[in-house]
Design a protein around this ligand. Structure first.
Ligand code: BDP
Length: 703
């Protein structure tokens, strides 16, 4: 196995009894009518069930005398009408479905029914998931619909094939070959649809204008055709200066008459080729990108310009709130720029807000904009690609992190106004809302560079469909679908996934120390390796203490952006959640934590215990020999070996760094000070030649 099939592997069910039952219930597939999406559903069922049941399953249009799996909508299928009361489908919308065991005329049927073809497609993937995870179907009765309408995959892919923050090879969007199509596009669309992802932005947020003109439009139209068959809408990131770049206009000012005529003309040109084009994503006035602020206008003015252009066609604009002029302003600028504009954005514009205020760090509080824009459509942006969480080298399952953010209660509209409820439109009357995930797919054979990183892709899509799913459920489900249902494999891999984020945090940046990675310098190590000396503006450590004081009382006032109760919690040194302590407070190294240990001792300890856990993790993985196929076993083993080296580097660099600054002894490891501070050896009494680790500094040279 090379990982190409991701979680859409369909090997035959091993248990003979269960296999018989599945064959009886699902061996005959009936579809009557329906459009291309239903055809995709039936194709996937045929492919999947043929593999899983080990017998050829082909869609047919009538039920023979026996029981059958019936899929379709009441409008297209008489059989569906007969088996499911259409009234029972009301409320499912265009994407929901039911899967139900129905006994009629002495025959047992399993029915996948929906009001629209897209629901049938999602239902088909769900049914396959039931079999892949070995759940009985004889009494199945479930109703599903997505929590939010926008469930989007954002690609940071460039026209030259490179990927910003991509760690799985190069882009699989082959602009030289397009509009010629490749099977990989179909498999990509299948993977998205299997998770319920219904939109894809195919280019980087830092984009040239090229995508909005020929020859790209023809290529995009071809791509959109493939995605459409799987219910995935194509979106494009627009460069705000496109009128200038593409057609030589003198300005991109949203109030300029020519500019106001240009965008509708452009929209017409695009919709002429792609009638179901989704609309634009925009990064404006951030990190040097052009935008409306260049002309003294606001983000709302800019968003509305593009929103007006796509409105006649039902398109939308996703406008990013990731804005910062200076390093110091990262935590507060988005709030300052966007809250005064609440209510000023067009009805078909939606503000896209990163999970936290900084930039996809291993630990951040929830972004204070959630719940602060009651009259502005909002969606959350999560980073599936592991930019700051170990690239494809480190195992870092991010679902627990995302769950924490989604479960965070903003309290801004009273108790229960959690981030999940805000972005699923349950708190405010949003017309567009949902999820964007910065993708980790590349052209590597296994899509994500590391087999285990695909768990994040899966987890993102499934959470966007249902944020109520638990990390444990998702880890379990992905493991079963990816590595099979052997209980030992499932328990081991799920546990590896579920512990990995905390482990990574422990050896990189415990207690919310924050941004410590090496700045991107064009090399693959950007944002991977430790570099505490270059990120002092984020962790604010000095000889007397550590942490960024963001309190309202003595700090920069960031905590004031939260509801009063949250502010009080965050401002209090005693009550502040410990994992955010150093994100919110500056404390002496000797500050005592709940466990009685000092902050600095905790930092020393977690760097060591975290790195040691990687060795254990690697060992647990190796214990799956003979239970996981050889190739994937070896490739994951290789990743763990790399992770181990990198984790040791993190431990050694950071421990050395904090010791150098604090000069506080490690209560448990006297040898350590001996090496990081040779001058202090007399004081420490350590033996320098007994060192088990080589301590290196941020640039990699020995201290
Ligand atoms: C940062 C990335 C940078 C992105 C930026 C963004 O380092 O490459 O362009 O976010 O989200 O995380 O716009």
């Amino acid at each position: 196995e090379d990982g190409y099939d991701l979680w859409l592997r369909y090997p035959q069910v091993e248990d003979a009894g269960l296999l018989d039952r599945y064959r009886a219930a699902l061996g005959t597939l009936v579809r009557q009518g329906g459009g291309p999406l239903q055809r995709s559903a039936a194709d996937e069922l045929a492919r999947g069930l043929t593999g899983l049941l080990g017998t050829r399953v082909r869609p047919r249009t009538t039920a023979a005398a026996k029981s059958a799996l019936v899929v379709g909508t009441p409008t297209s299928s008489a059989l569906v009408r007969e088996l499911v009361d259409p009234a029972g489908l009301e409320g499912l919308g265009a994407e929901g479905y039911v899967i139900r065991a129905v006994r009629k005329h002495g025959r047992d049927h399993v029915v996948v029914a929906a009001l629209a073809d897209r629901g049938v497609l999602y239902g088909a993937f769900h049914l396959l998931r039931l079999v892949q995870t070995r759940q009985p179907v004889e009494h199945v009765d479930l109703t599903e619909f997505p929590a939010a309408p926008l469930r989007v995959a954002d690609h940071w892919d460039n026209p030259d094939g490179s990927i910003e923050r991509g760690y799985a090879g190069r882009s699989f969007f082959d602009w030289d070959e397009l509009p010629r199509l490749d099977d990989r596009y179909t498999d990509y669309a299948r993977a998205l649809a299997s998770l319920g992802i219904n939109g894809a932005v195919i280019n980087n947020v830092n984009t040239p204008a090229d995508y909005l003109a020929e020859p790209f439009l023809t290529k995009l139209a071809a791509l959109a055709g493939v995605l459409r068959r799987y219910g995935v809408t194509l979106y494009v990131t627009a460069n705000f200066a496109a009128p200038m770049v593409l057609d030589g206009l003198a300005t991109a000012d949203p109030f300029d008459a020519e500019v106001r005529a240009w965008w509708p003309r452009k929209a017409a040109e695009i919709y002429d080729r792609i009638e179901d084009f989704g609309g634009f994503l925009v990064k404006a006035n951030s990190e040097g990108r052009p935008g409306p602020l260049d002309y003294g206008r606001t983000h709302a003015d800019g968003a509305n310009l593009l929103a007006d252009a796509v409105r006649p066609y039902g398109g939308i604009v996703m406008w990013r709130a990731f804005v910062h002029d200076t390093d110091a302003g990262w935590d507060r600028q988005a709030y300052a720029d966007f809250t005064p504009l609440d209510g000023k954005f067009a009805a078909n514009a939606v503000v896209q807000i990163k999970n936290g205020p900084i930039d996809f760090q291993v630990r951040e509080p929830a972004h204070p904009l959630f719940g602060s824009l009651p009259r502005t459509n909002s969606m959350i942006e999560l980073q599936v690609t592991q930019e700051y969480t170990g690239h494809a080298t480190h195992l870092c399952y991010l679902v627990p992190q995302w769950k924490e953010v989604l479960d965070f209660d903003t309290l801004k509209a009273g108790e229960g106004s959690t981030v999940a409820r805000v972005v699923t439109g349950r708190v405010h009357a949003y017309t567009h809302h949902g999820f964007a995930g910065v993708m980790n797919f590349g052209d590597d054979r296994n899509w994500t560079g590391s087999h285990l990183a695909a768990a994040n892709t899966h987890g993102y899509g499934r959470l966007a469909w249902d944020p109520g799913l638990s990390a444990r459920e998702l880890a379990d489900e992905w493991t079963r679908m990816t590595f099979g249902n052997d209980p030992h494999v499932v328990a081991t891999v799920s546990a590896l996934l579920l512990d990995s984020w905390r482990t990574y945090e422990d050896y990189t940046s415990p207690l919310g120390t924050g941004y410590l990675t090496h700045p991107p310098d064009g090399s693959v190590t950007g944002h991977l390796d430790p570099s505490p000396t270059t990120t002092g503006q984020f962790h604010k450590s000095d000889r007397d203490g550590i942490g960024y004081d963001r309190t309202a009382t003595t700090g920069n006032g960031y905590t004031k952006l939260y509801a009063p109760a949250t502010q009080a919690l965050y401002d209090s040194l005693d009550d502040c959640p410990e994992e955010l302590l150093l994100f919110l407070h500056h404390v002496p190294y000797t500050h005592r934590l709940d466990n009685g240990r000092t902050v600095i001792q905790h930092i020393y300890d977690t760097h060591f215990s975290g790195a040691a856990r990687v060795t254990e993790m690697s060992g647990r993985w190796d214990g799956l020999r003979r239970l996981v196929d050889r190739r994937r076993l070896a490739e994951v083993h290789h990743r763990f070996a790399q992770q181990l080296t990198s984790a040791d580097q993190w431990r050694d660099t950071l421990v050395a760094y904090w010791f150098e600054l604090s000069r506080v002894l490690d209560e448990d490891r006297s040898w350590l000070q001996a090496v990081v501070a040779p001058a202090d050896t007399a004081l420490l009494g350590g033996e320098r030649n007994e060192l088990p680790v080589q301590v290196v500094n941020a640039t990699g040279s020995g201290l």
